[in-house]
Design a protein around this ligand. Structure first.
Ligand code: CP
Ligand code: NVA
Length: 313
């Protein structure tokens, strides 16, 4: 049966840990004899409705490392932009390619695509979730602290797709997560529900608050994301900045309440002076480029999981 990855909730806890272990292994030592032909003879379509640097490039490089081919499809150059349905597009693409990595505005598009294609559909970001980002983030945290269980991540800012996926991912691996978002900008209720379901099995603790100082208390990681995600209309900028700045900006003072060895994480692209000040993102606590690098290793591991014979024991 084909597997999709629309949200991290599509993976069992064991499968997510398996992908992370594999990512660590392929990062530490790349074994072309073992994995270099995983995608041999296969073509993966990258269908993007929105701009991307990290996700697009890391998937293209990962696919090549695994011996496959990729085709980049800009939504605006496809008949989708003239009204062809997502279902028809999916039914056509499955006749040509072996998988679709899709970045879309509306998460429902991914659901429709996955329902209509007999090939794997991977979420490369939607308005609601960004699962591939969080696989790389968990790998980065694991490397940094040598553990996941018991590590506390504090997310401060807008309740974005990244925040939603962090809630799901952290609670699957037994991490503690606290989220501080302004009233009216909270995370997706379904993501919160999944997080509590996961936590009841893994023992993770979850705090959802509007108070950044409460969220960052004793945190190992302070994480933020843009206040103006790609699907948010420009007309909301002024109103959002009144709500978010300066209270939800990640500033050095916030780290006084976290652990002494706390690190700063951001999915990127970052907006200095908006969700984070330069002193933090360009300072010694920042591990944002390790995070960005790990997108590649996480993508390689995810593709081996979906297309190789490697399954969790
Ligand atoms: N973090 C992330 O997804 O970056 P891109 O938008 O550049 O792909
Ligand atoms: N929340 C951001 C993430 C970018 C990687 C957005 O959706 O634009």
């Amino acid at each position: 049966m084909k597997r999709d990855l629309l949200t991290l909730q599509d993976l069992s806890n064991e499968e997510l840990m398996h992908i992370l272990t594999l990512a660590k292994e392929v990062k530490a030592s790349w074994d072309p004899a073992r994995y270099g032909s995983t995608l041999s003879g296969r073509t993966i379509a990258l269908l993007f409705q929105k701009p991307s640097t990290r996700t697009r490039v890391s998937f293209e490089v990962a696919i090549r490392k695994l011996g496959g081919d990729s085709i980049f499809l800009s939504w605006h150059e496809l008949q989708l932009s003239r009204g062809e349905t997502v279902a028809d597009t999916a039914k056509v693409l499955e006749r040509y390619v072996d998988g679709i990595v899709a970045r879309v505005g509306d998460h429902q598009i991914l659901i429709d695509m996955a329902e209509n294609a007999r090939i794997p559909v991977i979420n490369a970001l939607s308005n609601r979730f960004h699962p591939c980002q969080i696989i790389a983030d968990l790998l980065t945290i694991w490397e940094r602290f040598g553990a996941l269980k018991g590590i506390k991540l504090a997310y401060v800012g807008d309740g974005t797709n990244v925040c939603n996926s962090l809630l799901v991912g952290c609670t699957k691996v037994g991490m503690d997560i606290s989220v501080a978002c302004p009233v009216g900008y909270e995370p997706d209720p379904e993501a919160v529900q999944w997080a509590f379901e996961n936590a009841s099995r893994t023992g993770s603790t979850i705090i959802i608050t509007d108070e950044p100082l409460e969220a960052v208390k004793d945190a190992h990681v302070i994480y933020t994301d843009t206040f103006m995600s790609m699907h948010i209309p420009e007309s909301e900028r002024e109103k959002r900045f009144e709500v978010f700045v300066p209270r939800y900006q990640v500033r050095p003072e916030l780290f006084e309440h976290a652990r002494p060895d706390a690190v700063f994480m951001h999915c990127l692209p970052a907006h200095r002076g908006e969700e984070v000040v330069s002193e933090v993102i360009d300072g010694p606590r920042s591990i944002v480029f390790d995070q960005a690098e790990n997108r590649l290793h996480a993508q390689v591991a995810l593709l081996i999981f979906l297309y190789g014979s490697s399954v969790p024991s």
